[in-house]
Design a protein. Structure first.
Length: 266
């Protein structure tokens, strides 16, 4: 897998708050647009809570029941077009409440992994309406270990490190990260890439919901912390190719995992 190269397409979407029908239609249109490019992507990625936006007061009524609609649509699309889909995250209603959940699918439509957001963001009242996840999120992309986190999770370096120690070479992070914290967004994403020597693939939304403005700036960052692709603030598709062999090269050049002294960190 050292020479495995993957073409990515990140869908930076202006999500319509509280309007699942419009959002499902938009996502399908943009996935088809991504596939029409000269270089067909290996992976399509979506932003956070794209089915409902942060319509938290109505989230119990709007959330996808057991994720069934989303899973059916994304799985069928992945199978039909032979593409991997890291399905951003959705509001998903299950026994116990509503969760902020990622579903990822392989080229045959098989589910590669699922992750419920662990850290709920109090500044947007998530903890009042959503349930926190209880497990880390992992998947394999063509045999390469990868991890999943959502938005606010990026502020918790312990989680990213745990995924890296588990073998993850890529971290997928869908988000609804708002103004004015662009500096935090860019700095935290690059820090997680540098300190864990892995790719960070971050797909943010754009547009405005109520008084909250989302600045986009989806990013693809390599294991050196270099930004290899970045969106602006408008809706669109961010593309780039990554070489997973670079992860092994960086980890060999600066062997931080071999030099850790975890007994002193307890």
């Amino acid at each position: 897998m050292n020479n495995l190269k993957l073409k990515l397409a990140l869908l930076q979407i202006d999500i319509q708050i509280g309007e699942p029908e419009a959002n499902y239609k938009k996502v399908e249109q943009m996935m088809l647009e991504a596939l029409s490019a000269d270089n067909k992507p290996d992976i399509i990625m979506l932003p956070e809570m794209w089915n409902t936006g942060y319509a938290l007061e109505q989230i119990s009524e709007l959330a996808d029941e057991s994720g069934n609609r989303t899973k059916e649509k994304l799985s069928a699309f992945a199978r039909e077009h032979q593409v991997i889909i890291v399905g951003g995250s959705i509001a998903e209603k299950r026994e116990g409440g509503v969760f902020n959940t990622i579903h990822a699918f392989g080229r045959q439509g098989e589910e590669l992994g699922q992750y419920d957001k662990i850290h709920l963001f109090r500044l947007m009242d998530e903890e009042k309406h959503l349930q926190p996840g209880r497990e880390t999120g992992t998947l394999a992309i063509d045999g390469t270990p990868a991890g999943m986190m959502i938005c606010y999770d990026i502020r918790f370096p312990e989680l990213a490190r745990k995924l890296a120690l588990g073998g993850a070479k890529v971290l997928f992070l869908p988000a609804e990260w708002p103004n004015p914290r662009l500096h935090h967004w860019r700095t935290l994403l690059q820090a997680r890439a540098i300190e864990n020597q892995m790719y960070v693939i971050a797909c943010n939304r754009c547009g405005q919901s109520g008084s909250t403005v989302f600045f986009g700036h989806s990013m693809i960052i390599d294991p050196w912390g270099e930004v290899i692709a970045e969106s602006g603030e408008q809706e669109g598709i961010l593309t780039a190719e990554i070489d997973l062999g670079l992860v092994d090269e960086v980890r060999t050049r600066i062997p931080i995992f071999e030099d850790r002294r975890p007994a002193l960190y307890e």
